[in-house]
Design a protein around this ligand. Structure first.
Ligand code: ZN
Length: 431
């Protein structure tokens, strides 16, 4: 399998299975219900983990929750509640909304608030190496001491100046690792530099190392995080002596079609609202339509089309007998192994659907958390054999044998239903 790395700017091969493959993806900052766009790194990383596992890899996905951040203090103050309480609630919303996508959960979902001791240790090590310095209770990274700065994003150290203004720095290009407690901030942690809290970038370096070790395979996140967030993660982590991530992958951003979104924008694009309006399958199919690195435009029209594709997949068992398809499982595998090309994989799923290749279709949809409706794809192979034998008995007009086989299937808890064109489907009995 190969993936395009933003760091080397080319597709790079993963070592052959079984790995292990360590993956770290940057998760949301929790201060409100997440938007559909925030769901993309969650969806892409969960699909990728499943695909790696199906390919024989031992994959471990760490997807963090940023629960210490300026945005949380600001939102909590506006709502007149404690920032810790707001972050706790919004973390719960994030878990609820992403669980409704039906993809399961990452292996580890660390919180910044649980990682402060490791963060403080890491900052101490950077200071000992001369890569960081204290100033009035703040600690800053000395960008000039990391010559590779900008290699991931192409940004120059000067670009940091506008990103993070501040009067306590030696050099305006430096960025904060630790921020002294301010009067309006209602949470703080002790440190050798006094009360304060970590900067955002150092949180991810520490969480990745804590759960994946100093060297792992894939670091991902939205394209908007490439600079300065990921550039700074690299400076901190390599600066302290870790190899850190080998491949850096970035998903494209969600764009809104302006004319459709003029009414109550926030409400329309919250993941929860999208789930209620369109259902989880339409959201998954919507993201399948675009390559993960491409931007994707969210609109009512696009969601309508995705919902109708999802319904076609669900109804696939109702097509007549399977015909041969030009596409084998290998062609599907080739599409996904080549930088996870989901639009190509999706067109193969449609070809299987049109040909009535329900078994291949069910297997392919499973990778993305989708399914064919009660098609018996998940029925054990023995049941398929009984149902096929019954079909053959009916064709030779041996109705006694056909009835006997139907009873046997029934006794095993399944019902065989005949559909047009001589096909059948197996449905699990609900009683
Ligand atoms: Zn991050």
């Amino acid at each position: 399998m190969r993936l395009y790395s933003s760091y080397s700017r080319r597709k790079e091969d993963l070592a052959p299975p079984p790995g292990p493959i360590g993956m770290y993806f940057c998760g949301p900052t929790v201060y409100q219900r997440i938007h559909v766009g925030n769901a993309r790194p969650f969806i892409v990383s969960m699909w990728l983990r499943r695909w790696l596992e199906l390919s024989g890899y031992q994959a471990r996905l760490v997807l963090n929750v940023t629960d210490i951040n300026d945005k949380i203090y600001d939102a909590a103050r506006t709502q007149r509640i404690g920032s810790f309480e707001l972050a706790r609630r919004a973390t719960q919303w994030y878990f609820e909304d992403t669980s409704a996508l039906g993809l399961g959960r990452p292996d580890v979902e660390p919180l910044a608030t649980e990682t402060v001791p490791e963060i403080v240790t890491l900052i101490g090590e950077l200071m000992a190496k001369g890569l960081a310095y204290e100033s009035d209770g703040d600690v800053y990274f000395r960008v000039v001491r990391f010559p590779d700065y900008g290699r991931l994003s192409g940004a120059h150290p000067e670009d940091m100046v506008a990103q993070e203004p501040g009067g306590r720095k030696e050099d305006p290009k430096d960025f904060a690792l630790w921020k002294a407690n301010k009067p309006h901030e209602d949470t703080w942690w002790p440190s050798p530099w006094g009360r304060g809290r970590p900067g955002w970038h150092i949180e991810c370096s520490a969480m990745a190392q804590k759960h994946l070790g100093p060297r792992f395979d894939i670091h991902g996140g939205g394209l908007d995080l490439r600079f300065p967030h990921h550039e700074n993660e690299i400076a901190q982590s390599r600066g302290v002596g870790w190899e850190f991530a080998r491949l850096w992958i970035h998903n494209g951003m969600l764009e809104l079609r302006a004319e459709k979104m003029s009414k109550a924008v926030g409400n329309v694009v919250a993941l929860r609202a999208a789930l209620e309006s369109w259902g989880y399958e339409a959201i998954l199919v919507f993201f399948l339509n675009a390559h993960y690195r491409s931007p994707v435009e969210y609109s009512g029209t696009a969601m309508e089309a995705a919902r109708s594709q999802a319904a076609d997949f669900r109804a696939a068992a109702r097509v007549a007998e399977a015909r041969a398809s030009a596409f084998t499982w290998d062609s599907f595998r080739t599409a996904l192994d080549d930088d996870f090309d989901t639009p190509r994989a999706l067109s193969i799923l449609h070809a299987w659907r049109a040909a009535g290749q329900v078994e291949l279709l069910g297997r392919g949809l499973h990778v993305f958390g989708l399914a064919v409706d009660a098609d018996g794809a998940e029925a054990p192979p023995d049941l398929h054999r009984l149902a096929e034998a019954r079909q053959a008995a009916r064709q030779r007009q041996d109705f006694g044998e056909a009835d006997r086989l139907r009873s046997e299937i029934d006794r095993l808890g399944w019902e065989v239903q005949d559909v047009t064109g001589g096909a059948f489907r197996l449905v699990r009995k609900t009683c």
